[in-house]
Design a protein around this ligand. Structure first.
Ligand code: A3P
Length: 287
C-alpha cells in the first residue's frame, strides 16, 4: 500500500483508491439497488448491519452468513479486496452497496436508476477523533502524525475522502431533490428504535415491534463488538492493521471531550462557523 493521498476532482483520496477512479465512476448500479453513503467514521458499519437486518426481517442467522464487508460491498475498494467487481455484478437484486464518495461524485448510475440512498452524518469532533484512531490502522492512508496536526488536516479536508464539511453539506442540500434519507449517528444512539423504523419505512418495510426491538439489541455497540460478522475482525489485514487497536473502538457520542483542548475546541468552533455558514444543517448534538 502507498500510504499517500492524491487529489481527484478536487478531493483528497488515497492513491491506492484513486488509481481505480474510472472503474469507480463507471460502477453500474441497477434499479432497486440501495446505496449507503457516509463520510468515513460516521457509523457506516452500524448502519450496514441495521440495513441488512431490516432487509432480512431481523433474521440473525441469515445476517451472519458472511462478514459485513462482504454482505454490503464497498464500491471504492472493489479492486483491492473481495468481493471484487465481478462478484458484485453477479449479486442478486436488491443489492446494498457502501460508498464514502461525496454527493457530486456518486457514480451517476445510482441517480439514473433513482436508487434509494441512506446517508449517515456524525458530529465532526467525534468523527475527527474516530478517524484519527482509524487512520493509524489504515494502511493506504498517510501516517497520522500528532493529534494536533491531524485535526488541522481534518479541518482543511486533507484526509481520505476530503472535506467532512463539504460532504455533510452536499448530501444535506440534495436530500429533497433526490431519494436520500439523512440520518444522524447521535439520533441512532439516543432513539435507535425510532431511527430503525425510519430506515425500514424508507426501504418499504413494515417491521413488527418485536423485530425492531431485536434489531436494536443486535446492533448495540456491545453486541456488534462481539459479533465476528459485524466487528471487522476478518477485514483484510493488509488494508486494516488491528494488531494495536480494534475497529470497534468506543461507539460514543461526545468522546471528543476527552481529546480536544480548550483552545482546539475554540479554534474548531470558529472554523466550523465559517465552513458551515449559510447551511441549515444542525446536528442533534452539535458538540
Ligand atoms: P469510534 O471510533 O468513535 O468508536 P464507520 O463504520 O463509519 O467506520 O464508523 C466507525 C465508528 O462507529 C466507530 O466509532 C465505531 O466504534 C462506531 N460504531 C460501530 N458500530 C457501532 C454501534 N453498534 N454503536 C455505536 N457505535 C458504533
Amino acid at each position: 500500500m502507498q500510504r499517500k493521498l492524491s487529489v481527484v476532482e478536487g478531493m483528497a483520496l488515497a492513491q491506492d483508491v484513486a488509481r481505480n477512479w474510472e472503474q469507480i465512476q463507471n460502477f453500474q448500479a441497477r434499479e432497486g439497488d440501495i446505496l449507503l453513503d457516509t463520510y468515513p467514521k460516521s457509523g457506516t458499519t452500524w448502519m450496514q448491519e441495521i440495513i441488512d437486518l431490516i432487509m432480512h426481517n431481523g433474521d440473525e442467522q441469515i445476517c451472519r452468513r458472511a462478514p459485513i464487508h462482504q454482505r454490503i460491498p464497498f464500491i471504492e475498494l472493489l479492486h483491492l479486496m473481495q468481493p471484487g467487481i465481478e462478484e458484485v455484478n453477479l449479486m442478486p437484486s436488491p443489492r446494498v452497496l457502501k460508498s464514502h464518495l461525496p454527493v457530486h461524485l456518486v457514480p451517476p448510475s445510482f441517480w439514473e436508476h433513482n436508487c434509494k440512498v441512506i446517508y449517515v452524518a456524525r458530529n465532526p469532533r467525534d468523527t475527527a477523533i474516530s478517524y484519527y484512531h482509524f487512520d493509524q490502522m489504515l494502511q493506504f492512508h498517510p501516517e497520522t502524525g500528532s493529534w494536533e496536526d491531524y485535526l488541522e488536516r481534518f479541518m482543511k479536508g486533507d484526509v481520505g475522502w476530503g472535506s467532512w464539511y463539504d460532504h455533510v453539506k452536499g448530501f444535506w442540500e440534495q436530500k429533497e431533490k433526490r431519494n436520500i434519507l439523512y440520518v444522524f449517528f447521535e439520533d441512532l444512539k439516543k432513539t435507535p428504535a425510532q431511527e430503525i423504523v425510519k430506515v425500514a419505512r424508507f426501504l418499504g418495510k413494515d417491521l413488527h415491534e418485536e423485530t425492531v426491538s431485536k434489531i436494536v439489541r443486535l446492533t448495540s455497540f456491545q453486541n456488534m463488538r462481539q459479533n465476528p460478522m459485524a466487528n471487522y475482525s476478518s477485514f483484510p489485514k493488509e488494508i486494516l492493521d488491528q494488531s494495536m487497536a480494534k475497529f470497534m473502538r468506543k461507539g460514543k457520542v461526545g468522546d471528543w471531550k476527552t481529546k480536544f483542548t480548550v483552545l482546539q475546541n475554540e479554534q474548531f468552533e470558529e472554523d466550523y462557523g465559517r465552513q458551515m455558514a449559510g447551511c441549515s444543517l444542525k446536528f442533534p448534538d452539535p458538540k
